[in-house]
Design a protein around this ligand. Structure first.
Ligand code: SPV
Ligand code: MG
Length: 290
């Protein structure tokens, strides 16, 4: 079964599909080991890894190359965060073709204007596209996929832009009518109230996707109880964990005047060999080096 067929099946059969952000193949491999259903090839995480804002600064090629490398490193499906689709509907056609060929199982496209600003930023520049224009982009995405299993997820930023529930529902409904397989409703509210309200008003069959970074108190069992949400994306916990761990170890090495104290507290180099699949390479050497 293709990865997009696996993801499609998980979405329709599992109570909740759990996806986590990665910024490189190594973090994706750790997520796979931890038992996640899929990887979120996050624009925010990759931008952070390059130490630049998540504001359409990285090129499509930079994100695409990382997504391709992640797809090659894991067996589980990859959901590609393609921001606004890198331009208009014509750019979306190019992006969808490229991301599907790179091995992604799904794309998420958001209804903001290009260049976008990151969603969770206090006072961020959140400008929405006209609904008709975004409908055209969703239609273009659906029509340009090669496999009908490849998922097109429409993300509305209506709540992020302060447009309210009615507008969020109107947009999400229009995007599903345009062919979107699921709707991602994003919220930066510090409580899950906006998401709970959106779910109450959501009458269509298309599954809802959330990114609960701003309201971490919402557990997976709470999400399942809301009935409408079939996918949760943990957006940036990989990069935040990496920053926490690296800052701590780097500071300790400076304070201690050497690596003698931290050495026992971090994974041994052999663990990195394992993640690099060095043993598998050695098997190949045995077989093929003559
Ligand atoms: C990302 O991880 O890139 C996202 C989620 O799109 S958020 O950063 O919350 O917008
Ligand atoms: Mg993003």
């Amino acid at each position: 079964m293709s990865k997009s067929a696996i993801l499609r099946q998980k979405l329709s059969k599992q109570p909740l599909t759990r996806v986590i952000g990665a910024h490189n193949p190594l973090s994706a491999r750790l997520a796979e080991e931890a038992g996640f259903d899929g990887i979120w090839a996050s624009g925010f995480e990759l931008s952070a890894a390059y130490a630049v804002p998540d504001a359409s600064i990285l090129s499509m090629t930079q994100h695409l190359d990382t997504t391709r490398a992640i797809c090659a490193a894991v067996e589980i499906p990859v959901v590609a965060d393609i921001d606004t689709g890198y331009g208009n509907a014509v750019n979306v056609i190019h992006a969808v073709t490229q991301y599907e060929a790179a091995g992604a199982a799904a794309v998420v496209i958001e209804d903001k204007k290009f260049p976008k600003d990151t969603s969770l930023l206090e006072g961020g520049r959140q400008e929405l596209l006209r609904v008709e224009e975004f409908v055209g982009k969703i239609e273009a995405a659906c029509d340009s996929r090669k496999s009908s299993d490849f998922l097109v997820i429409a993300r509305t930023e209506a709540l992020i832009a302060g447009e309210g529930q009615e507008e969020a529902n109107r947009r999400a409904t229009a995007y599903v009518s345009a062919g979107a397989d699921a709707v991602l409703i994003h919220s930066k509210s510090k409580t899950p109230d906006q998401i709970v309200e959106f779910c109450r008003g959501w009458k269509l069959k298309a599954p809802v996707v959330i990114v609960p970074t701003a309201y971490p108190q919402l557990t997976e069992s709470d999400i399942v109880a809301l009935k409408k949400i079939k996918m949760v994306i943990y957006g940036n916990h990989g990069i935040r964990a990496a920053v926490t761990a690296m800052a701590d170890v780097f500071a300790r090495i400076r304070a201690d005047g050497g690596i003698h104290n931290v050495d026992g507290d971090i994974v041994p180099v052999t663990r990195i060999f394992e993640l690099q699949q060095v043993a598998q390479m050695k098997e190949k050497e045995k077989r093929y080096l003559k």
